[in-house]
Design a protein around this ligand. Structure first.
Ligand code: SF4
Length: 345
């Protein structure tokens, strides 16, 4: 028996148990990801099958640590609810935001959330709590408060404990209290709206690049090979604008355009003469030609035709199978294309 493979299979089975169904998850901005690059979130929701496979090792470690903490709190008689197997997902369809808190403590009608995080022993604890975790609990608390209000509950949310546990030494525990703030969900709903109305990743800011470039968050994004990195909208300046209305650097680009334009006729004649030379050498079956002063050589060689996949034949061969050819297409990142045209009078 290959135990390593069996273990991987078992991990996958456990991953699918009790979790938040991926299709539902894709319809909401999740509190734990709300501060992540908007473009990365878009890829995750729309093109998750195109990224490099998600590595779940750290998430599994987190679940194992969380399980141990919940069991320990229960063993100590702490009145924790909606934790472990009873964890619940709170969603707002109005704002398209969801959260799955790790549990809540109730005392005299006052609710305090709990959020458990396993940390690597190398983490700089002076940087804790992380802003993204504060956002996560504040969104969760606000969603819960809305739910309580709608249900006319007498309970109210007052704050959250974020509990970090060193994953290689459970004796090292750091706790931080985050107070409840109202209006957080509404504030984040603007981000959620952008995320869900964007038709293309380029419609959203490349926040990962803005925050830290390739040396920052971006190198961890599994969609980086599909991200154009292009920021913002293209602008169409007024062609009659005076120098004072131009963007900084635009004047230099105008000089470059003038220079390229003056070379255009030469480029066209170069292409035509090259074509003529190729046809002439082909007619005479000449493989090489050296200029009279020896400074230039022209070579004519045979190149095998490029191999191309016969997509129509392949689609016909797959017609009676469950294989969908379209699902094997990857779309590369958007690129910018430059066309220089001569404007006719
Ligand atoms: S590569 Fe960077 S900017 Fe692009 S989606 Fe990923 S995190 Fe965002």
């Amino acid at each position: 028996m290959n135990l390593k493979r069996k273990l991987a299979e078992g991990f996958e089975v456990l991953d699918t148990r009790g979790g938040f169904d991926p299709e539902t998850r894709a319809r909401y901005m999740n509190a734990s990801e709300a501060d992540r690059c908007l473009r990365e979130q878009w890829f995750e929701k729309n093109r998750h099958h195109d990224g490099t496979p998600k590595k779940l090792g750290f998430a599994r470690r987190g679940h194992a640590v969380e399980d141990q903490i919940v069991k320990s709190l229960v063993a100590a008689g702490v009145p924790i609810r909606y934790a472990g197997e009873d964890q619940r997902n709170i969603r707002s369809d109005k704002y398209r935001i969801a959260a799955t808190p790790d549990g809540e403590l109730v005392e005299d009608g006052l609710i305090t959330f709990t959020e458990f995080k396993s940390i690597d022993p190398r983490v700089n604890v002076s940087n804790l709590p992380k802003q993204e975790h504060i956002t996560q609990v504040r969104i969760g608390m606000d969603l819960r408060q809305q739910e309580l209000r709608e249900g006319n509950s007498v309970e109210t949310v007052v704050g959250a404990w974020i509990i970090y546990v060193n994953c290689s030494n459970f004796d090292e525990v750091y706790t931080f209290f985050v107070d409840y703030r109202s209006g957080v969900v509404e504030n984040y709903s603007r981000r959620a709206e952008r995320l869900f109305t964007a038709k293309h990743p380029d419609d959203l800011p490349a926040e990962g690049i803005a925050k830290g470039g390739k040396s920052g968050g971006c190198k961890y994004c599994r969609f980086h090979h599909m991200c154009s990195g292009f920021q913002g909208e293209l602008q169409r300046p007024d062609p009659n604008a005076g120098d004072l209305q131009r963007l900084p650097g635009e004047r230099g680009l105008l000089d470059l355009l003038d220079e390229i334009s003056s070379l255009k006729p030469v480029e066209a004649s170069l292409k035509a003469k090259t074509k003529e030379l190729k046809e002439g050498m082909s007619e005479l079956q000449l493989a090489a030609l050296t200029s009279e002063d020896g400074s230039h050589k022209a070579f004519l060689s045979k190149r095998s035709g490029a191999k191309r996949l016969d997509k129509e034949a392949l689609a016909a061969a797959l017609v009676d199978t469950d294989i969908d050819l379209d699902s094997f297409y990857n779309e590369g990142p958007a690129t910018l294309s430059l066309t220089i045209k001569e404007e006719k009078e």
